[in-house]
Design a protein around this ligand. Structure first.
Ligand code: NOJ
Length: 578
């Protein structure tokens, strides 16, 4: 059989029977072939090993020379010398400790957790090592032409799979307290369900134990976008309600294994974003007849049910765990004081944060504007489902990088709602980073590769108040990702100029000051995680966009602290309540 025919078969698969060979996981898929009229009336079965999945869907991958777990080398004390102060350079001798004029009325309360975050596909590398199955991102990076602008892949990334001990030691050396990372679902379950890969569990055992050994609080995300490919190609992944039981089974494995060592859990990362990946590029994955604009909301529905199921499971295993999902988005500021812009702002909340936060924090159901749209094609949540979803986030974990001005579409909101081909449909609100006078952006821009991101830290206190007042999270608010892409950082070639990142340093200082203001005004903020532990694969921007507070030389895999790492850590030296 030619490869192309086999592909055609594999993209049209229906229910899966996963065989239970523990050592060499393989899976049997029932496949459907095409008749000349395009009808799918013949089926057959193909037995696939993990290796077959790689060969058929991804192809060869790159590996790095360091390919066994390495013990950390001592961190040179010279690399821990902070940079000269950014703001008030002393005269004449230079200053090795950033000068921080302290505001005595500010403090981070005792117990505030602060650290860094990363995610499996963006940092681990070692994509085929020790039994990992492919995820959709292995296909997107390897096969889908121009999906990643730079043609980069996560094959090696930061080689964290082998260098995690050093990575954790470096976090501790900076004086940070928390490391948030995600598990690779397809390492633990190469087919997404069925046979468990024990080597992956042993690996994450050691990541968690290493954190504890260094006094670092591990925080674990179950799903950070790297959906096991097999689940996408058998039933369309998040577009099918079959994912609810597979996600719950996966959650059972990890909660059972690590509930006594890991207190903070995040089920899924930024569903607003990963549900927005649907529709996936045509012809690389299983086809679906769900209309493209509806797909993100079908995904979201299954995410909410999967999350709720995993939440209750976690609590039944250990009621003391903190379990939430991570949402994302910025403060939404009406661009003018018109009624239309005010309505656009409410639509923007409903179609973003409210999509996931209202069901979990308010009433088990979608916010009004979103509901008006999805009730045309999604089943309404039953009372039982509403009760199951409501209350299933212990903290409001929000990835809040920036903010936007919001305005009504040029043709008006009603005209947009009536026109399903309007590019702004179904949200029917517009955004800009530019003040209404047309000259000034909301704040300094990040890298051109991240046009969605400008510093907007002045708006952070208002945003935190809004979150607290609207969703009233019982366990407080955590900023679980924040950071900025230093503009044009990828063009810098000498180490010293790479390590000075003044826009990012200023961002962290201003942002944390904004949080201190909000805390002083009574907002319950419980923790922050800087994105990111180090430069990594920025998804479809590849390695060209940098978010790290550490630089990684991708040729040698050496790590270096940037100036922003010290700025970030120093804010807690100064303001953490002793
Ligand atoms: C949020 C995502 O969770 C993360 O994966 C991404 O790299 C950062 N934002 C920066 O875009």
């Amino acid at each position: 059989m030619s490869l192309s025919i086999l592909f055609a078969l594999l993209f049209a698969v229906s229910p899966v029977v996963v065989s239970q060979h523990a050592s060499v996981p393989s899976s049997t898929v029932a496949s459907t072939s095409q008749t000349s009229s395009g009808a799918s009336s013949f089926t057959t079965s193909v037995e696939l090993s993990v290796e077959d999945l790689w060969d058929l869907y991804v192809g060869p991958v790159s590996t790095f020379s360091i390919n066994t777990t390495v013990e950390p080398t001592p961190i040179p004390s010279s690399s821990l010398v902070p940079p000269p102060a950014l703001y008030y350079p002393p005269f004449p001798k230079g200053q090795q400790v950033p000068l921080q004029p302290k505001n005595e009325s500010w403090k981070f309360p005792k117990g505030f957790w602060y650290g860094v975050a990363g995610a499996a596909y963006q940092i681990e590398g070692a994509v085929k090592a020790e039994g990992r199955g492919p995820s959709i991102w292995d296909v997107l990076t390897h096969r889908v032409v121009n999906y990643v602008s730079t043609n980069d892949t996560g094959d090696i990334a930061d080689n964290n799979y082998y260098q995690y001990k050093e990575d954790i030691a470096r976090i501790a050396a900076l004086g940070l307290k928390t490391y948030s990372f995600s598990l690779s679902w397809s390492r633990i379950l190469p087919f997404g369900s069925g046979s468990i890969n024990e080597q992956a569990l042993l690996h994450y055992d050691d990541v968690i134990d290493t954190c504890l050994q260094y006094g670092i609080i591990p925080q674990v995300t179950l799903f950070h976008w790297d959906l096991p490919l097999f689940l996408q190609n058998t039933y369309n992944g998040w577009l099918s309600d079959k994912i609810i039981s597979d996600f719950t089974d996966y959650a059972r494995i990890v909660f059972n294994r690590w509930h006594s060592k890991v207190h903070y859990w995040f089920t899924v990362n930024e569903p607003i974003v990963f549900c927005g990946f649907y529709p996936l590029p045509a012809n690389y994955f299983k086809n679906t007849t769900i209309p493209p604009k509806q797909q993100p909301y079908v995904c979201g529905h299954n995410v909410l049910l999967s999350h709720a199921s995993a939440y209750h499971l976690a609590k039944s295993i250990n009621s003391s765990l903190s379990v939430s999902f991570k949402t994302n988005g910025g403060f939404k500021i009406p661009r003018t004081d018109s009624q239309a812009d005010a309505e656009a702002v409410q639509r923007a909340w409903d179609f973003n944060e409210g999509w996931f936060a209202n069901p979990t924090f308010i009433n088990g159901d979608y916010p009004t504007h979103l509901k008006d749209y999805v009730s045309g094609f999604l089943p309404a949540f039953t009372d039982k489902q509403k009760a199951q979803i409501n209350g299933t986030c212990d903290i409001f974990a929000h990835d809040a990088y920036t903010s936007d001005f919001i305005m009504a579409p040029d043709a008006g909101i009603d005209a947009c709602i009536a026109n399903t081909t309007n590019p702004l449909y179904p949200g029917c609100y517009n955004t800009t980073k530019v003040y209404a006078n047309g000259y000034w952006t909301i704040g300094a821009a990040g890298d051109p590769g991240t046009p969605w991101l400008n510093q907007a830290t002045d708006w952070v206190p208002s945003f935190l108040h809004y979150m607290q007042d609207t969703w009233k999270p019982r366990g407080g608010i955590a900023i679980t990702e924040f950071g900025i892409s230093e503009p044009y950082e990828e063009l810098r070639t000498n180490l010293a100029s790479i390590l000075i990142d003044p826009i990012r340093s200023n961002y962290y200082k201003s942002y944390l000051e904004a949080i201190l203001i909000a805390i002083g005004e009574g907002v319950n903020v419980v923790g922050t995680l800087a994105w990111s532990i180090y430069d990594n694969l920025e998804w479809s921007q590849g390695y060209s966009v940098k978010f790290g507070i550490q630089y990684v030389n991708l040729t040698t895999q050496e790590r270096y602290f940037k100036a922003s790492a010290f700025e970030y850590a120093n804010m807690f030296n100064v303001y953490l309540e002793k």
